[in-house]
Design a protein around this ligand. Sequence first.
Ligand SMILES: [Ca+2]
Ligand SMILES: [Ca+2]
Ligand SMILES: [Ca+2]
Length: 872
Amino acid sequence: MWSVSVSDGFNIDVTNPERFSGSEEGFFGYRVLQYQSDSDKQIIVSAPLRRSTNEKASGAIYSCTLNTANCTLLYQQGTYTNTHTHTHTHTHTHTHTHTLRSCSPSLAHDCGGNSYLSGICYHFNSQLDPIANKTVAFQECQKNVVNLVFLFDGSSSMKTGDFNQNKNFIWKITTQLKNSSIQFAAVQFSAVPRTVFTFKDYMDGTAQKKLDEEEHMRDLTNTHQGIDYVLANLFNNVSSGVDPDATKALMIITDGSPTDFDTKNVIKRCEDQHITRFVIGVGNVDINKLRSFSSEPKENNTFQIDNYSGLEGLLDKMQNEIYNIEGQSVGHRERTKELSQSGFSAVYDKDVLVLGAVGSNEWRGMLYEVGSTEMEIKDPKLNKDSYMGYSTAVGQRGGVSLLFSGAPRSNYNGQVTLFRKQNTWDVTTRVKGEQVGSYFGASLCLLDMDLDGDTDFLVVGAPLYYQTEPRREGRMYVYRLTNEKVLEVADCVQGRFAATVTSVADLNGDELQDIAVGAPLEDSGKGAIYIYLGNRTQGIRPNYSQRILARTISENLQQFGVAIDGVMDMEGDGLTDIVVGARGTVLLARPVLSVSAHLSFSPSEISLDYFDCLAQTDDSTEAVTLSACFSVEEKTQSTGAVSRGLNVSYELRADTARTWSSRAFFLPRDKTSRSFLSSVLLDSHYSCFNHTVYMPNCVTDTVYPLLIQLNFSQAEQQPSSSNAVINIDSRTTANVEIPFQRNCGNVSCVADLQLDFNFLNKTLLVMDQSYFIITVSLLNKGDDSFNTSVELRYPEGLSLSKFDTIKASRRTLSSCGDRDDGALDKTTCSISLPVYRKGTSVREIYLMLHLNIVKFTQNIPNIESKNKYLIV
Ligand SMILES: [Ca+2]
Ligand SMILES: [Ca+2]
Ligand SMILES: [Ca+2]
């Protein structure tokens, strides 16, 4: 086959891609965006993993221009700010003002050893200079409420000075941390423990007085009993002012080994209640024994000093330890914005930016409308780990904004939530996925099919949809905005089909929006994209018009289709161009369209003069000249000096109504050449190519017209200057009927046959070898007579022995007897089949023994004759 199926290549040109190269490790091409700046059109490309000199940060944005095939660094993380960011970059332009925002969901900052993740958006002006940046859903480090109890030794081994130094140490810590969220209480222990001040006292401001007044007990060192007391009377007793949600900490200060035993399992109970425990051993204590009281990591939480004056030196260290507790996140409290990852997706609603934040609220996910204030957009029915905000799209109906967001892990099946904006964004519809783990909603796009401004269709991708028979990965769903699912498409065998779904501008010129779908892991991770043409009632046509495998563009592309944009004409030929992101590369494809075909012939009928079966030659005659004409009309609106030349292969087939043999052929010396292949260049609006149709000199059927059919397709080889492609909707066949000449004065032929006859013998003498001669003359004074015959009837016993034409106005082929099926009483003579021409006369001689009736008939359907029967 030397032509390609149109559907393999419609209508994105993959033979002349423009490619921009960037760092593969940096994932250059993770996002791509067509952008109209003040001066020219550019392609914005992100490379989120591109490292700067500052190793902590990564991410860069490039601006690429088509005519130079060059990319310049627009912004690199770390060169302008010190934020610790991976620029995951969802770039979005605001079409009215041509400003650009690029957002990253990976702005990390440290809070007490925990990394918080939020989003940051960089704002560029119309000259693409960075003018501002803004964090979204940023969570300041949260300070936990900490309840800390000092459990200090009052045993008799201490001197009064030691006891007072201990009290001073306690007071210094509490005063230095007074602006924190830490609340303190203190207990002195000896033979029996005693509350010095509670959390409530600390908050009421009476703690200092109570601490000052506390007297030294001077007795045993019942440490276990002291801890038991703290658990019962402070940490688990609301009257102490304890905050049940606070992080609990205990600081034990002692100068001796315990004099009691852990009969009440106090250490285990502290563990169970997640109480952080510090132990400060003073003087000559067995620090290993004391270590059993501290919490893990024990070596960090156990301290030894020589005497009570050494407490002063521990002050800073202890403050830091306590601060750290404050910064730690609390296990049982839900995180709201700490890991919001705002900017995972980004979209504009008019001039307001809306960001998806998949990690908000324990990964339920949320959207943020970023105006002068941040407005949260929530679906209250989402469970944890739903990941709403993974994808976002904005449409509208009747002037009301609609916001769609995918939550691919909602209830494991995935969901898309539709919000309508009245004053706030309210949930109106939820569309749910059908298969666990399919990641329904990971991608989505909207179609305004008729370009009237109202959104008509929602397209949702479920890239992990799995089907065993036949094996498929990835599925795409199309919903009309009545929430009615109209179409399901699963075209890709493997490779995350529909990981990207993007509505693009009309590609084929039918004025309906089209879509491009990415399968970035298809073909062993090289990737592929699919083009689906828009359809007014179904959103898209059920079969793709083109599948573009990355390998047809280059062998070294990876994850081709991870990002797609196709909203504008980049190089000024008036045709929409598609930019496709791939690891390390960006491809620009250029679409072009055209349409075509018509057959005509000359002269307007096949002259019957050509045919003369009596001549019995093998010659052929040039019956008609056939014109195969192609009118090329561009469906798309290309402009400028675009070469629209198109190589077309076509096949002509003659006499297609007859399967057994053909009355016509295309090569003068080859009667079997009933079909003919040709390849031509169509480089103007209208091109015709002439072919002679040959016919043999003897054609008996000159009644039924000659049917000629033409089929064409785009040739595989195209002119190097052109990238035109045949419209997939073109009718690629044409037919024509070529009639034979008919000499008729009217619409229908009316023959006027006149028969006359004479006997040469006056009598028939019955004897051996006797004969009887009759002359018959037949004249056609009317239109052509079809299938004409003369029938002779006579008694049995006679038979025809000779027949000859004496005189004819034209050469006439006649034959007798072959239509009579062996009848003994008649002979039928066919006269000049199939047409007994107008104005023809024939005189024939019959050599007969006897003869009684002469009859001639004509019986061609649809042809009338006023002389149907004439009995002589
Ligand atoms: Ca519409
Ligand atoms: Ca279209
Ligand atoms: Ca273009």
